[in-house]
Design a binder for this molecule. Structure first.
Ligand code: COS
Length: 396
């Protein structure tokens, strides 16, 4: 049997290096100066998004034919990682736009849907994805939002309320799931009738509800969406009525890698702040970086971050192999990356506060924000418990 090491190449490509440098520059020059204010006041990064779209990176999951500028899947993760290293809120806005929304339409959309919606997403209209409801988060198949075909057969009428929608208030285009009550599988299979709709925020009967007041990622908007006889044209269904659940799960396989990359960036940002502080801060006559316990923390942080990076890039590579070369589904790799990187972000950001001591508990340093932002990476796009279910199922 061949040893996997024989085929490994750890070198990044010139394009990946160039993308990392470009995004780092954007994050440090545009996001860093405003993040504290946006975090404190829960202001979404709309201004910053307008500047970001000048780079064209909002179209990395969209084919060139529809105005996109595709990059390889590791580069996609590098972009998220570099954004999160400075501003985790912006990184999740980006992740949902390129991953859950644009990629899902690119994979499952027909020509009309791609022509109409991918072009707008590529031009910078913000995208969102809406699966969860008040009583259906982890148990996604338990959703109760209903869709019914209109009498003249031209529209579906959607009713219900969706919850925890990232970019909910900003999005113009939303991939949204509801159950077609007339589908033969509705009420037969648990997820029976689940249908993926492309909803334009201008559609009649669509409105944005409550905005959540969150512990972390406070500059990212998270809302409920209200569907009151919302009219969605039949041509806006992805892959036909009743075929939505696998589309939802497949989208999560992709986006969990994005959240893992976000967690990696958070851990990296918290670690770098700690390293800087450990060199500057003196105690007992020397920089704390030279005290063995702090050295131990820094070593463990760097090791866990490196391990996370391997899992994130491996999962990104597996995703690309799956779509471009018919490789096996990447569900396990995505869940492993998110599980490990999410726990690492939480652990590293907590240690970062410990290294900063009392100062780390204040808003004078960014580590308390990283700590608050890290927690959500263990919850959204599948809790750590769900990741374990997905991993264990693939093992068993
Ligand atoms: N890709 C494509 N299809 C998939 C899939 C995947 N990764 N995983 C499951 N499916 C398909 C199955 O093949 C099955 O299809 P059929 O009925 O045609 O056979 C269907 O989806 C149902 O699968 P399953 O029985 O595994 O669904 P469960 O209800 O048991 O759900 C978990 C399993 C818990 C893994 C799933 O509900 C989940 O991921 N929950 C978390 C949701 C989440 O991340 N929410 C946050 C969203 S951010 S808004």
């Amino acid at each position: 049997m061949r040893w996997i090491g024989e085929s490994l190449d750890y070198k990044s490509t010139d394009e990946q290096d160039m993308i990392r440098e470009m995004v780092r520059d954007f994050a440090e020059s545009v996001l860093a100066p405003t993040i504290e204010h946006r975090d404190k006041n829960q202001i979404p990064p709309s201004e910053e998004w307008s500047q970001f779209i000048e780079y064209g990176l909002q179209g990395v999951t969209i084919p060139e034919a529809y105005g996109g500028s595709p990059v390889d899947d590791i580069s996609e993760s590098i972009i998220v990682e570099e954004l999160a290293r400075v501003d985790p809120s912006f990184s999740v806005m980006y992740c949902v736009h390129v991953g859950l929304c644009a990629k899902t339409i690119a994979l499952h959309g027909d020509e009309y849907q791609k022509e109409t919606y991918l072009k707008r997403l590529a031009a910078g209209d913000v995208g969102a994805y809406s699966l969860s409801e008040a009583g259906a988060g982890t148990d996604a198949a338990a959703m109760t939002c209903k869709a019914k075909l209109s009498d003249d057969g031209t529209h579906y009428i959607l009713n219900g309320e969706k919850m925890w929608v990232t970019n909910g208030a900003q999005a113009k285009i939303i991939v949204l799931f509801a159950k077609d009550v007339d589908h033969p599988d509705y009420g037969v299979k648990k997820h029976g009738g689940t249908t993926a709709f492309i909803v334009d925020s201008s559609f009649e009967g669509f409105s944005v509800g409550k905005k959540e007041d969150k512990l972390g990622i406070r500059s990212s908007d998270t809302c409920t969406l209200v569907l009151e006889n919302c009219k969605v044209p039949v041509e806006n269904i992805l892959k036909g009525a009743g075929n939505g659940f696998p589309i939802a799960m497949n989208a999560l396989d992709n986006s969990r890698i994005g959240i893992a990359a976000q967690a990696l960036g958070i851990a990296q940002g918290a670690y770098e702040a700690s390293l800087r502080y450990a060199h500057e801060r003196e105690a007992f006559g020397k920089p704390i970086a030279h005290h063995q316990m702090i050295m131990g923390y820094l070593a463990d942080m760097a090791t866990k971050i490196e391990a996370s990076r391997h899992l994130v890039y491996k999962a990104s590579w597996s995703k690309q192999q799956h779509y471009e070369h018919g490789g096996p589904r990447h569900s396990k790799e995505a869940s492993m990356a998110k599980l490990y990187a999410g726990d690492t972000a939480m652990w590293v950001s907590e240690r970062a506060i410990q290294i900063h001591g009392g100062y780390g508990y204040t808003k004078e340093f960014p580590v308390e924000r990283f700590f608050r932002d890290a927690k959500i990476t263990q919850i959204y796009e599948g809790t750590q418990e769900v990741q374990r279910i997905v991993i264990a199922r693939s093992l068993l």
